[in-house]
Design a protein around this ligand. Structure first.
Ligand code: ADP
Length: 657
């Protein structure tokens, strides 16, 4: 701010400025005449009056000194002999004073004719010495000389003052322009106010943003641009600034003129003093902090959200694997403070995964080959306790600044406990089924042997009632033995112990045999075969027989109204494709995943069956290196098609014991 502005706003009067016009004016000099005799004063006045200057009379040295304090004189005419301070003494004092030492003094005396007195007068500061009675013309001429000298000096002084003033004005203008340019080039609003708070200056940034002119701003319009909710806080702060002289820092919203949107600004205002240190108002700047503030708010929300999640969320530096962020969940679950966690590396938290192993694991993430990685490990708490976690890890690259891993770990203690309990229960159940089936085989075999023996003894009368009962018993024993075998097979499939005896056999013949066997069970169904004459394959004939028999039996069982069942065999280059099509009740699509599982059934109990056949079939087919699947629209009458694809040379899976 320029000095001139300071002066204007603080209400100071600037000194009258000499102008060119003033220079033209005739200068009127003041002449001080000092004599203790009023008559002499009158006489002197009469002599110099024609010079047309202002004449000031003093009747003593003291009075002369007093006059000199308040007025400026071009020349002093002084009587030497005076009571009190005489002329010489008075002259000395005049010469001692800075302000008056340059004023020429002409001594007037009647008596000091001798050299000594004259000398004393000169040494006291007189420039001339006139002895009474003096010639008025000479006196006037001498006085005129001094007046001219004074006038010339004065004019010179004034001219200099004019030049100085012009220079000062130019400087002020230049600094004003610079100030304006500087404040306009800054990306912030700048306002300047008077001590009473009225704004008297604002930069273009303010005007453009708020759409307010200086006049509108000054008249209090600035408050209209402030968000209504922020006005009272801003007014209070302004009072603090103006009355308390305290710096003001307030965040508030300001309306943007072009779209009416309110954006957040940080206002800083400082009291300003003028060159003499007096309060001169204030300068305020307003910086647009809207983006930063919103970013801060989003960050705070984001952190609060992360803190609210129960999982351990950690961010890990890609370079040194140091923890650089930990959420509240991590703090609670790991028992460290945030600062302590910040000083750790991920290796310290997961003892089972060395840093080397971790780097290997995360390499596909860093090369973007994988989007995320899920693994299970244990986390070690500060107190040494460990707990199982499932970790989901992702990598975020930051270009040249490296990257970070974001790890979300969930405490899976409960899940692990439940899984272990389930596994134990399953193992116990499997063991029980295997043992029970095994134990059932012997009494069943013994019962069947006894029944057959009894039948043989009754061979003379096969139609006798006991023979009929015995055949029923044998039939039921066969069914039960089949169930027990199935249970044992399922147990074997389950533990991968289904052994195959691989040999070359002819598949078409096997299919015919199986079809004949199954056809014998139902007269309402017709099994049609679409077969090549011969297809040689390597595999376990009796196990493949088991698969075909199961598929055909199912086709009949789930076609309760009878009808066609078509079995097709299509040899391929290295495989043979076999499929069984029926026109029965079909399988709803959502249940098709279930039927290959142990005890998995798609229909109710009225169809019988334990849901083991397809599990065993799948086990056998897969053990041969083949595959099995089903197609069905789930529409009754449209039936299902079961496909089996076997390699011609059975690849016995490594799983085989
Ligand atoms: P199950 O002894 O119960 O037949 P499977 O394992 O052979 O056992 O079959 C599992 C289930 O698949 C059956 O319970 C039945 O719901 C369904 N299923 C199998 N074959 C057919 C088919 N041809 N048509 C309709 N449903 C079938």
């Amino acid at each position: 701010m320029s000095d001139r502005e300071h002066r204007e706003q603080s209400g100071e009067e600037s000194s009258p400025r000499p102008t060119a016009r003033a220079e033209q004016e005739t200068l009127q000099a003041s002449i001080l005449i000092v004599d203790d005799h009023p008559a002499n004063l009158i006489a002197l006045e009469g002599i110099i009056e024609p010079l047309g200057q202002r004449i000031v009379k003093a009747s003593s040295g003291e009075e002369a000194l007093k006059r000199l304090l308040s007025e400026e004189f071009a020349v002093i005419l002084m009587d030497v002999q005076m009571p009190g301070l005489d002329g010489t003494q008075t002259a000395r004092i005049i010469k001692e004073r800075e302000r008056t030492r340059h004023i020429p003094i002409i001594f007037l005396t009647a008596i000091s004719r001798d050299q000594a007195n004259i000398f004393r007068g000169y040494s006291a500061g007189a420039v001339d010495y006139l002895l009474k009675p003096f010639d008025p013309d000479i006196l006037r001429t001498k006085v005129q000389v001094f007046i001219d000298l004074w006038g010339r000096g004065k004019r010179l002084e004034r001219r200099e003052a004019v030049i100085r003033q012009k220079e000062r004005e130019l400087l002020e203008r230049a600094s004003e322009i610079r100030f304006q340019n500087v404040t306009d080039s800054m990306p912030l609003c700048v306002l300047a106010g008077r001590p009473d708070g009225e704004v008297y200056w604002c930069n273009h940034v303010w005007k453009d943003y708020t759409g307010l002119s200086l006049e509108q701003t000054a008249k209090g319009g600035w408050l209209d641009a402030v968000h209504p909710d922020d006005r009272s806080a801003l007014i209070a702060a302004r009072t603090e600034l103006i009355e308390g002289g305290r710096e003001l820092v307030v965040e508030h919203r300001l309306r943007r003129a072009n779209d009416g949107a309110f954006r957040w600004f940080l206002m800083r205002a400082v009291p300003e003093n003028d060159a003499r240190g007096n309060p001169a108002g204030f300068i305020g700047t307003m910086t647009d902090v809207d983006d930063q503030k919103r970013d801060r708010e989003h960050l705070a929300e984001f952190k609060a959200t992360l803190d609210a999640t129960l999982d351990c969320v950690l961010m890990i530096q890609g370079a040194d694997l140091g923890v650089c962020y930990a959420n509240h969940g991590a703090v609670t679950q790991l028992g460290y403070t945030r600062d302590e966690l910040d000083a750790l590396t991920i290796g310290a938290l997961q003892p089972e995964v060395t840093e080397e192993r971790f780097r290997e694991m995360v390499a596909p993430l860093q090369s973007s080959a994988e989007g995320s990685l899920t693994y299970q490990t244990s986390y070690r708490r500060k107190d040494g306790d460990e707990f199982p976690v499932e970790v989901l890890l992702q990598y975020v690259a930051f270009g040249s600044r490296g990257g970070r891993f974001i790890s979300v770990a969930r405490d899976i203690r409960e899940r692990v406990r439940a899984e272990q309990a389930l596994r134990r229960a399953n193992e116990a159940k499997d063991a029980f089924i295997a043992a029970a089936s095994h134990e059932l085989r012997t009494p069943l075999a013994a019962a069947k042997a006894q029944a057959q023996l009894a039948l043989r003894r009754l061979k003379d009368d096969p139609e006798a009632p006991p023979a009929k009962s015995l055949r029923t018993i044998t039939g039921q024993i066969d069914r039960m033995a089949k169930l027990v075998e199935d249970l044992l097979d399922v147990s074997r499939v389950q533990i991968g112990r289904l052994s195959l005896e691989i040999a070359r056999y002819e598949l078409s013949a096997l299919v015919r045999e199986a079809a004949e066997r199954v056809q014998a069970l139902s007269e309402r169904h017709t099994i049609e075969l679409v077969l090549p004459d011969t297809v040689e394959v390597d595999g376990d004939r009796s196990r493949v027989d088991q698969v075909i028999t199961n598929l055909l039996s199912n086709a009949i069982r789930y076609s309760p109204r009878g009808g066609r069942v078509v079995l097709t065999v299509e040899p391929e280059a290295n495989h043979v494709h076999l499929f069984v099509r029926d026109f029965g009740i079909g399988i709803p699509p959502e249940k098709q995943g279930l039927i290959f599982e142990r005890f998995g059934r798609a229909h109710g109990a009225k169809y019988g069956g334990l849901g083991l056949g397809l599990t065993i079939a799948q086990g056998i087919v897969e053990q041969h290196g083949g595959e099995i699947w089903v197609e069905s629209a789930g529409v009754p009458g449209e039936g299902s098609t079961f496909h089996v694809r076997l390699p011609k040379s059975a690849l016995v899976r490594a799983k085989q014991a």
